[in-house]
Design a protein around this ligand. Structure first.
Ligand SMILES: [Mn+2]
Length: 168
């Protein structure tokens, strides 16, 4: 299956639709700061035919409580921890984020917020193992010398996967 991973669109849902049309994914994960009407965006992305997960970012006003602060789920033997990142001070370091993933038995963490891509296997302190730390960058407002980006994850039935960084 192919998962479209995007974040920090900050109202530029047109760019999400563009990535969606290009990739034709089986699932969409948005890691926060959508700053748009989730229901409308979900419909545009083909939900419920295509499952869409929307995480709440620090800029998302969510009066109806429809957005999740974080989500943990299992797909093809991998445990995913998805969150925006501001609750874990990710601009300073990724320790809090990695411990939260570890506490939830996750081997993959997806986050946003910093507006630049990350795709690294990082060591937990004290030899507690590795976490695959993934950030697709911002699809609309890149920072730190990065460009507008998102990622795709191709996940096979046997659990093998690869991550691709795509630029707009
Ligand atoms: Mn943001």
């Amino acid at each position: 299956m192919k998962i479209l991973i995007a974040s920090d669109s900050h109202g530029r849902s047109d760019l999400l639709y563009k990535a969606f049309d290009t990739e034709k994914p089986d699932m969409v994960i948005h890691l926060g700061d959508l700053e748009d009407n989730r229901d409308i965006v979900e419909r545009e992305l083909g939900s419920p035919r295509i499952p869409c997960l929307f995480i709440k970012g620090n800029c998302d006003y969510d009066s109806e409580g429809k957005l999740l602060r974080s989500s943990v789920f299992t797909l093809k033997n991998h445990r995913f921890f998805c969150t925006h990142g501001h609750l874990y001070s990710v601009n300073y370091n990724l320790n809090g984020l990695m411990y939260e993933a570890k506490d939830n038995d996750c081997d993959i963490v997806l986050f946003g917020h910093i507006h630049r891509p990350v795709n690294e296997f990082m060591d937990l302190p004290f030899g507690a193992g590795k976490i695959h730390v993934i950030n697709p960058g911002s699809i609309a407002y890149p920072r730190g010398g990065s460009v507008k980006s998102y990622m795709t994850m191709n996940l096979k039935d046997d659990g093998a996967y690869d991550i691709e960084l795509k630029t707009l």
